[in-house]
Design a protein around this ligand. Structure first.
Ligand SMILES: NC(=O)c1ccc[n+]([C@@H]2O[C@H](COP(=O)([O-])OP(=O)(O)OC[C@H]3O[C@@H](n4cnc5c(N)ncnc54)[C@H](OP(=O)(O)O)[C@@H]3O)[C@@H](O)[C@H]2O)c1
Length: 276
């Protein structure tokens, strides 16, 4: 038997410190709040220098302060190509290329069919779909061999939620991007996967509720989840770290559902409640 040869994407040349992303550079869009913030903190704790973005400068500053010198915050709208170019130039100036993209910025709103305007349709697709596309495309020249791209989908693309059709459709597009880009980038040794959050307690989720009804929304979401609760941002961050690191070195073009069993489990109590 021959001795094992290094895998094609084992590109780390530095001595191991036990941290999974030492010497790596990561970009987290929407890293100033919620899932993105938790992921930025986790990737930095594992040794990466993290570039994080958002539109609100105050939130960016607070996010960077929570991480320290291994974070750089840049105010950038993912739907604006000029902003994305500024981010790319800052990463280029850092001088180590880019090893991880967590293309996470996005959001949604409830609008019933019958009330959807062309403006809402265009704006939501521009941020969630266009923002993901142009983030990845703008950063493409910077990516090191062995890089990992993680996209943010949603269980909304699997399950029907009334009045959420535009958001769900944007996240269905993300699922498709993940597979196609994985195929396109495979010869560069770049992996692409999509993390699929169920309901996670973030400002983005509570912001879907009318003022004062955030807790009621969280309770309602928790009641639908087989595990009986909604997710925590750090539970998504753990999944992002797995997909971003060499721990997932043989995984590409797939989806990691992090939803407490919401999508796949039909537990007896749910079946009993279901119409026969
Ligand atoms: N929380 C959930 O239950 C859940 C479930 C499934 C999927 N997701 C997805 O997870 C991702 C993160 O959501 P979250 O719940 O963590 O929401 P959040 O707390 O509202 O965070 C969203 C982040 O994205 C940024 N962002 C929004 N629009 C942007 C834009 N045009 N350009 C740049 N940054 C932008 C926000 O900063 P600014 O507002 O300052 O720009 C913020 O940093 C989203 O893609 C969301 O669709 C969330």
């Amino acid at each position: 038997m021959t001795s094992p040869t290094p895998a094609a994407n084992q590109h780390t040349t530095e001595p191991s410190t036990g941290r999974q992303l030492d010497g790596k550079t990561a970009l987290v869009t929407g890293g100033s709040s919620g899932i993105g913030l938790a992921a930025a903190q986790r990737l930095a704790a594992e040794g990466a220098h993290v570039f994080l973005t958002g539109r609100n400068q105050e939130n960016i500053d607070a996010a960077v302060a929570s991480i320290g010198s291994s974070a750089t915050g840049i105010r950038a709208d993912v739907s604006n190509l000029a902003d994305l170019t500024v981010v790319a130039k800052a990463i280029e100036a850092h001088g180590r290329g880019l090893d991880v993209i967590f293309a996470n910025a996005g959001g949604g709103e409830f609008t019933p069919l019958g009330q959807i305007t062309t403006e809402e349709f265009s704006a939501r697709f521009l941020v969630n779909v266009g923002g993901t596309l142009f983030t990845v495309q703008t950063m493409l020249p910077l990516l090191n061999p062995g890089a990992s791209i993680v996209l943010t989908g949603s269980t909304a693309a699997y399950n029907a939620t009334p009045a959420f059709s535009i958001y769900a459709a944007t996240k269905a597009a993300i699922r498709s991007f993940g597979r196609t880009w994985a195929a396109e980038l495979i010869t560069r040794g770049i992996r692409v996967n999509t993390v699929i959050p169920g309901p996670v307690e973030t400002p983005g989720l509570t912001g879907l509720a009318p003022a004062g009804q955030g807790q009621a929304l969280l309770d309602g979401e928790a009641a639908k989840v087989p595990m009986g609760r909604i997710g925590r941002p750090n539970e998504l961050a753990a999944a992002v770290l797995f997909l971003a690191s060499d721990q997932s070195s043989f995984i590409t073009g797939t989806e990691l559902i992090v939803d407490g069993g919401l999508t796949d489990l039909k537990i007896p109590s749910q079946l009993a409640d279901a119409p026969q």
